[in-house]
Design a binder for this molecule. Structure first.
Ligand code: 4NP
Length: 155
């Protein structure tokens, strides 16, 4: 299974999605390919934001080696699931294709945590809510794994 997380800049939220789901997969024996991208390309080639690196490290996850990139058309073919961090990212992604098979791959991160009152993973770039983002993305990634792993995973 190929999973792509998408946010605006690919330096704050989606790198955490990539790191958190990779970590869950390593601990659960899931051989999935996981990547992340931004709808915008302003930060292409950059490392994740130092605050994302720090909150991930606090939870034993190393994301410093990731490099930002912009979402590209081939991603619609390459990935089985394209997970948008907020409704704005979702809208930007759906505007890039009219192919029903591509549109069917796009989902919203918080749809995998139906118990949460959050529908968007908030952009922490200006307000520093990196701990909240880490918690929301962790819970939603666990929900994603519960839904799509072929073998039940204890979390
Ligand atoms: P991200 O956060 O979409 O979670 O990576 C942002 C990163 C950079 C900017 C905005 C959001 N920016 O305006 O540069």
């Amino acid at each position: 299974m190929n999973v792509l997380f998408v946010c605006l800049g690919n330096i704050c939220r989606s790198p955490l999605g990539e790191g958190i789901l990779k970590n869950i997969c390593e601990h659960s024996g899931l051989d999935w390919h996981i990547d992340s991208a931004g709808t915008g390309g302003w930060h292409a080639g950059e490392s994740p934001d130092h605050r994302s690196i720090k909150v991930a490290a606090k939870h034993g996850i190393d994301i410093h080696q990731q490099s930002a990139r912009q979402f590209k058309q081939e991603d619609f073919e390459k990935f089985d699931h394209i997970i948008a961090m907020d409704k704005s990212n979702f809208k930007d992604l759906t505007s890039l294709t009219s192919d029903p098979s591509h549109l069917a791959k796009i989902s919203l991160m918080m749809d995998f945590d139906s118990a949460s009152t959050y529908r968007d993973v908030p952009d922490p770039y200006y307000d520093n809510r990196f701990d909240l983002v880490f918690e929301l993305v962790t819970n939603a990634c666990n929900g994603f794994v519960q839904k799509f792993a072929e073998v039940p995973i204890s979390s």
